[in-house]
Design a protein around this ligand. Sequence first.
Ligand SMILES: Nc1ncnc2c1ncn2[C@@H]1O[C@H](COP(=O)(O)OP(=O)(O)OP(=O)(O)O)[C@@H](O)[C@H]1O
Ligand SMILES: Nc1ccn([C@H]2C[C@H](O)[C@@H](COP(=O)(O)O)O2)c(=O)n1
Ligand SMILES: [Mg+2]
Length: 191
Amino acid sequence: MYKVVFVLGPPGSGKGTICAQIQENLGYVHLSAGDLLRAEREREGSQFGALIENHIRNGSIVPVEITCSLLEIAMIAREDANGFLIDGFPRNEDNLAGWKRQMGEKVNEQFVLFLSCPVDVCIDRCLHRGQGRTDDNVDSLKKRVDTYNQSTFPIIEHFEKLGMVREVNSERPVNEVYADVVKVFAAANQQ
Ligand SMILES: Nc1ncnc2c1ncn2[C@@H]1O[C@H](COP(=O)(O)OP(=O)(O)OP(=O)(O)O)[C@@H](O)[C@H]1O
Ligand SMILES: Nc1ccn([C@H]2C[C@H](O)[C@@H](COP(=O)(O)O)O2)c(=O)n1
Ligand SMILES: [Mg+2]
């Protein structure tokens, strides 16, 4: 069984930043669904490159069959991992249903780390991120935020009803956010 922590929050809330620190210090392997999709977009011979780029620019969500397969391939490649941080997934009902179909019997879902941060702060962070992403522009960000509000936040609410959500306010300096995240992981791994 793969031990899994989902990491969710609005675009620019700091998921990748915090996951990198968790990976470095707490022995979990960070899998960013967005990064895996961008890598597939660039992969020579990929049949999904154009489809992925269109979704990324539009801030819409790629069909789960593509994303979930990329995640499972990455997990298989790291059988040694103590656990996995699944960053930016599940992002909608299709993601959740597809994950249950493909991975439901293979994973132990520990909890959902929800990084909460005001959207205006998130947008400003993305506009100043400087990573050359094709979706860090005002038009794409508006669509990404709409998708988050319409499709992703209901997924967080789904997990909240199951008592699985651990919310951390990420509108603070990274070190303060991370200090609280460490406490969440410590509590979860005590049980
Ligand atoms: N607590 C913080 N305070 C200030 N800036 C932050 C904080 N956390 C992350 N950032 C910065 O904000 C930007 C977005 O962070 P990051 O890429 O981790 O967000 P994300 O949630 O993964 O975004 P996306 O969903 O778009 O991939 C980066 O430039 C990062 O350095
Ligand atoms: N489960 C996912 C995760 C990401 N994507 C696409 C659409 C997102 O806007 C884009 C970037 O994700 P991020 O790096 O911001 O987490 O990747 C998706 O379709 N499905
Ligand atoms: Mg990210």
